[in-house]
Design a protein around this ligand. Structure first.
Ligand code: G3P
Ligand code: CA
Length: 349
């Protein structure tokens, strides 16, 4: 049995067998953590391009992340935002197609139009690269892929490399899509089914900031895939009406365990900086989530954007892996995470 199979099988049965889930989730807590390539190997190539996904596969990521939104003609595409202007040349190509709020919404463009855009490194509202030291932002050599294309790429690499990387799909802005009359979960499930990746043994996690979306996947779609409840801060305004502070109470975690296999908190939910005497201030969320039978996959680990009080990427990983015992981590640098785990002799044990 491969390392991947050992990891994935427990997660696949978590929604079905609560008692077994507790035991298996406990086992997962002491296993080597999953390396989840956040938007691909996005520290090296523009996020959510097929190039970044291929590089992540070559770097040995266990899972590769997709953020998914819909086009005007209901095609799931892999894009972090519900808007196109952060990573493409849509503003230059279609100057008159922004809405009144100044955003170019993916949902207003057909797949043919999206395909015509050049994609590159993320830029901020000021036009400057979000990460100055990454792939040059003036080289928009790429395009926005569909979810189906990305699955075909990863499946092909799984075959040609003889190494399995799974999908880690975030249904992005489901509440926005619903308000626009679009059914994002149905479209994503349809693509997964068509690809043969919507089975209990498919290497796929589904993630969302929206409890209602995850509950619908469980109850209406009867999805056999493990689900991850993402945890934000309430003041981010990620999803109107969702109280993330309540979700991470013991009562909230018990409720999450009813529809999800784990949580995906941002790093600030686990690490709160240094005290005056220099001690790392950590929370008990991992411990309490494990007690509720939940996996913990925090985001996002970046060597070029370390949290305050952390002076190296390895120190960051040591804190979260060795001290806190997370079960997986989203990182822009899957090679660095893989090297850390190897150096610490976790692999192959
Ligand atoms: O999905 C985990 C993490 O990616 C959430 O943050 O904004 O990068 O999608 P974001
Ligand atoms: Ca995401």
């Amino acid at each position: 049995m491969t390392r991947w199979q050992l990891r994935f099988r427990p997660a696949a049965v978590l929604p079905l067998l609560p008692a077994l889930a507790l035991a298996l989730a406990g086992a997962a807590a002491v296993a080597e953590p999953l390396v989840i390539a956040h938007r691909g190997a996005s520290g090296y190539l523009p996020e959510h391009t097929l190039a970044a996904k291929a590089l992540a596969h070559g770097m040995g990521a266990d899972y590769i992340e997709q953020d998914v939104v819909l086009t005007a003609d209901d095609v799931p595409i892999v894009l972090h935002d519900i808007h196109l202007e952060g990573t493409t040349d849509v503003a230059r190509r279609f100057p008159d197609r922004a809405r009144a709020d100044g955003h170019w919404y993916a949902i207003d463009f057909t797949l043919a139009e999206v395909r015509s855009l050049a994609a590159g490194e993320r830029r901020g509202a000021d036009g400057k690269p979000a990460f100055a030291q990454r792939f040059p932002a003036d080289r928009a050599l790429f395009t926005v892929p569909t979810l189906a294309e990305e699955i075909a790429l990863i499946d092909g690499l799984n075959r040609s490399r003889g190494a399995t990387a799974g999908l880690y799909i975030e249904l992005k802005g489901d509440h926005f899509h619903r308000a626009e009359g679009k059914d994002l979960p149905a479209a994503v499930i349809q693509v997964l089914e068509a690809a043969g990746w919507h089975r209990a043994d498919s290497p796929v996690f589904l993630q969302s900031f929206e409890p209602a979306t995850l509950r619908r996947l469980a109850d209406e779609f009867r999805s056999p895939l493990p689900r991850i409840q993402l945890i934000a801060e309430n003041d981010w305004g990620e999803v109107p009406g969702v109280d993330y502070d309540a979700l991470v109470t013991d009562e909230g975690l018990a409720a999450v365990a009813g529809y999800a296999a784990g949580i995906g908190p941002w790093v600030g939910r686990l690490y709160r900086g240094r005290s005056e005497d220099g001690d790392a201030q950590v929370t008990d969320l991992v411990e309490r989530a494990h007690a509720a039978g939940l996996l913990v996959h925090p985001y996002t680990f970046r060597s070029d954007a370390l949290p305050a009080g952390i002076d190296s990427f390895d120190a960051l990983l040591a804190l979260f892996v060795d001290r806190l015992g997370v079960d997986g981590l989203f990182t822009d640098f899957p090679d660095r995470a893989r090297a850390f785990l190897k150096d610490n002799r976790r692999e192959g044990q």
